[in-house]
Design a binder for this molecule. Structure first.
Ligand code: KIV
Length: 274
């Protein structure tokens, strides 16, 4: 059964919808999408947030990292994804090195907003405070991203779980508070111990969206190819193939939504311990 009933009027979700869901304890569902067909399907089935992730560098372009993705690529896919959305909220990733200073961040974020994004996502800690303040002042909502930040794979030394030591965990919590104070309105947490995902979620007011960050985040996100078992090769621990269980793409997405909303996903086997 679809989460959104066929004749239910569809009202576009806004950032206020997510704050309400977060305070009411209703989990937020998010999937990546890169084209109009999947995005429209996710919208109709009831996925709350559609993210045009720079993971398109991996799953669409075949690169081994997100570093080669250009702002032009993100604009093109954001236009495709946004064209027919009615209810889902559209977030677009700012790609590698496109927000190194406030001026370039504003120029590139504006291109994504003009392509249909309602919010842009940027990866990094407290050093982003001036950039976030600048974007928010110009009317551009920002989602921050902490933990395993794939654009920093070369400084992190690989795709590794982050925040495992007490020092790292304390720094990440401090970063989260600074990003919220700067004006970020959502926070993605990737590949961190569940205890840290819970602690960050409890210490800030804005919704957290986890991917390998435990069951206590305000919502969950997966790369659509991972949720549909469509990406060859080794899968991270936090991935679950909903197509194998659902049997069709529609059923797989319905199952993803119902498991996130009920808290059944992520289960302990998808989570990292301290
Ligand atoms: O690029 C992406 O798809 C992402 C999600 C994995 C959060 O940033």
């Amino acid at each position: 059964m679809a989460y959104i009933q066929p004749n239910e009027p569809t009202k576009a979700l806004t950032i206020s919808s997510f704050l309400k869901m977060h305070s009411a304890g209703e989990k937020i569902t998010c999937l990546t999408a890169y084209d109009a067909s999947f995005a429209t399907l996710f919208d109709q089935i009831g996925v709350d947030v559609v993210l045009v992730g720079d993971s398109l560098g991996n799953v669409i372009q075949g690169h081994s990292s997100t570093l080669p993705v250009l702002i032009e690529d993100m604009v093109y896919h954001t236009l495709c994804v946004g064209r027919n959305l009615k209810r889902s909220y559209l977030i677009a990733d700012m790609p590698f090195a496109s927000y190194g200073n406030s001026d370039s961040a504003l120029r590139n974020a504006a291109l994504l907003m003009q392509a249909g994004a309602k919010m842009v996502k940027i990866e990094g800690g407290s050093w982003l405070v001036p950039t976030i303040e600048h974007l928010v002042k110009q009317g551009i909502p920002v989602c921050a991203h902490l933990g395993l930040t794939p654009q920093s794979v070369n400084t992190l030394g690989g795709f590794k779980v982050q925040g495992k030591s007490q020092g790292q965990a304390q720094q990440m919590l401090l970063d989260a508070k600074h990003l919220e104070q700067a004006g970020a309105q959502m926070l993605v947490l990737e590949a961190i111990p569940s205890s840290l995902g819970k602690s960050i979620t409890n210490h800030i007011q804005i919704p957290t969206i986890g991917i390998g960050a435990g069951p206590d985040c305000s919502g969950q996100v997966l790369v659509m190819h991972d949720a549909l078992g469509a990406f060859p090769g080794r899968q991270p621990k936090f991935v679950k193939n909903f197509l194998a269980l659902g049997g069709s793409i529609e059923k797989a997405i319905e199952l993803y939504i119902s498991e996130v909303k009920s808290g059944a996903f992520p289960a302990p086997e998808h989570c990292f311990s301290d």
